[in-house]
Each structure stands twice: as C-alpha cells, then as structure tokens.
Design a protein. Structure first.
Length: 359
C-alpha cells in the first residue's frame, strides 16, 4: 500500500489522510491511526473510485466522496458527530478511517461444482454444467463495512469470493430452471439468460453493499454420454440412406482387400466383401423388380397380387423372396453354408462347426 501520512515533528498528530492503492483486489483499507490523533485542520484526500468512512467509538460517523477536505470545526459534518470535539475545535481527535474501493472488480470466475439437474423436452432429465465470469463493485460503502468487512484492516476480493460464487451458482440454477429453455437452444440464449440472472441476483448482492455489474455465461455443457449420442445422431443425418451407405462400405472393403498382397486372410476378406456387395446389389435389384411388379399388379385388375416379401429378422424390412441380405440393414437372410465344406451354418456363427473355417 502506498500511504502518505505526514506527521508533525513535535507530535503524533496526523495531518494528511489519503490512500494510494497499488493492488488489483483490495476492496477496503483501514488507515493506520493507532495511537495517533487526527489534527484539527488535517487534510483528507479521497480519489476517484474511492470513498472514505469515519468510524468513531464503534459507530459510523460520516462518509466522504472523492475530493479534498479540511477537517476543522467549520465545514466538516463529521466533527459535530465526534464526542472528542465536545471540548472545542482546537483539540485533535481519534477516529478510524476506512477507504473503500468503489471501482469495478472484473474477470472474477464462477462455475458449477456439481451438475445442475434439469427437465428437458428433448432428452428428459439432463445434467448441465456451466461456467463464466462476473464483475462487482461496492455500491454502499457503509453497508459493506457493516455486513461484510467489519473491522478488518484490509479486505480483498478473495475474502468474499467464495460466498459470492455460491450465491451466483444458486441464483443461476434457479434462473435456468425458471427459463424452461430447451438444452439445444441454450447456446442462442446465453445473453438473455445472463441478464435475467444478473437482475435476479442483484437484490441479494445489495444486502452485502455490493452490485453485480456484469454476469457472463461462457459455456453450458451436456454430459459426455449425451454429447456422444448427439454426435451419433448428427452422423446418421449426414449419412442419409443407410442401404446405400452399407453398399459404399462394402465397396471400400473390397477395394482394400484387392490392394492387400497378403495371403489367405486378405483373400478371405476380399471374398467376403465381394459376396456382401453382390448380395446387397442383388437384393436391391430384386426389391426394385418387386416394386415394379407390385405397381403393375395395381394398374391391372386381371393380374394376381405380387408375392409377399420376407421380413428381415433384425429390422423388419420387407425383402424380396430369396434375398440373402437385407437391403435396409445388411443383415444376412436365411440359412447359410460354409464356403469350404458346404455344411449348413448356425445363424450368427463366426466359424464352421464342421471344418472350423472362419465365416
């Protein structure tokens, strides 16, 4: 702290009272007047973004805004409130002088230590986390001294930050629930939600003699599992037609197998991919022919009804009779035989029960 207090050579009377703040986080500073007395005619200098509060015998006597003051019996209201002056205005007096910093304290952090439970229209019950920054300033120096700082010689933002963070998180959680904004729409409503929260919390901050000047929401995030489900859903939307995507994957697998100069494993993969692609294309052609036949049957009353399709055991899609793979999900249809020994395979088997050949 930069303190300039000039003392008379022959006494311990304080002649100049001022505070030069060289910190970034001091809310309140008590001028050191212990075992000293303030001289009649002393100078009080209060700078911009400061307020000086005099406390006499445990009670607040007066408050001074920015300016230069001469403490004497003629023009200083404080003197009429101090008991030391009952003997006249020529005697020094003792009083505590508190300088309160009224500037904005910015870039203070807040965040939710635990997830906030919220009922959402799209996901049901979800847990949200949020964080951001806020700014405060002392709006009522006397209330701040009474309710928060007390008789501390120095009071910094860290001394009250824990209380303020818990107040902010509680107010934000309540405001988030009251807003009833869907989780997917929160990003487009950060400013509106922050303003609503700040107005709601300012009444609480006033009880501390403080004002919440800024409240910024930087991010509201969903749980990882919900974000993963959203990413998967987005991917499916980009893919579009699942059947065509399966054919594309089969073609890629066959190309990779063809580029592999290795032996049996690469050959097996290549054959498997080729069979899958061929069956998928055959199923698609059969399905197209079936749809064409059904259209012809509907246009002509003399023709009989088209043969019914076979439902896929996995997704229920109606495939053409005899199709070996579902054109919708690619699931293998009907009994399968081993490519090595021609033995019938159990559905879903990875190896042949007769010869052990990998399917």
């Amino acid at each position: 702290m930069g303190i300039l207090d000039r003392l008379s050579p022959s006494s311990q009377f304080i002649e100049v009272i001022e505070w030069l703040d060289d910190s970034t986080n001091t809310l309140l500073y008590r001028f050191p007047v212990k075992d000293q007395e303030i001289k009649n005619g002393a100078q009080l200098i209060v700078r911009e973004s400061q307020a000086a509060v005099f406390v006499h015998e445990g009670q607040i006597a007066d408050q001074f805004p920015p300016g230069r003051y001469t403490i004497d019996g003629g023009n200083t209201p404080i003197l009429s409130k101090l008991g030391a002056w009952k003997y006249g205005f020529n005697s020094p007096f003792k009083a505590e002088v508190y300088f309160v910093n009224t500037k904005q304290f910015t870039d203070l952090k807040w965040g939710t230590p635990n997830p906030i439970m919220m009922r959402d229209t799209d996901f049901g019950m979800v847990r949200l986390r949020a964080f951001g920054i806020y700014s405060i300033r002392v709006s009522d120096p006397q209330a701040f001294i009474k309710e928060v700082a007390g008789t501390n010689a120095r009071f910094i933002t860290e001394d009250v930050e824990g209380q303020l963070k818990r107040t902010l998180v509680g107010g934000f959680s309540d405001a988030l629930g009251e807003s009833k904004i869907a989780a997917l729409d929160l990003a487009s409503n950060y400013d509106e939600l922050a303003k609503f929260t700040r107005v709601k919390l300012n009444e609480e901050f006033k009880t501390f003699g403080l004002e919440l000047t800024k409240f910024v929401i930087e991010n509201i995030s969903l749980p990882q599992e919900v974000e993963a489900a959203m990413d998967k859903r987005t991917s499916m939307g980009v893919i579009g037609d699942v059947g065509r995507y399966a054919q594309f994957q089969a073609a890629d697998a066959m190309r990779d197998a063809a580029q592999n100069p290795g032996g049996g494993a690469g050959t097996g993969v290549g054959l498997g991919a080729g069979f899958a692609l061929g069956n998928a294309m055959a199923g698609a052609m059969n399905n197209a022919m079936q749809q064409s036949n059904q259209g012809g049957a509907q246009s002509s009353s003399s023709q009989g009804a088209a043969p019914a399709g076979v439902a896929c055991s996995k997704c229920g899609h109606q495939n053409a009779p005899g199709a070996k793979f579902c054109v919708e999900c690619g699931e293998k249809q009907g009994p399968a035989t081993c490519a090595n020994c021609q033995a019938q395979l159990t559905p879903g088997a990875k190896f042949c029960n007769e010869c052990g050949q990998k399917v």
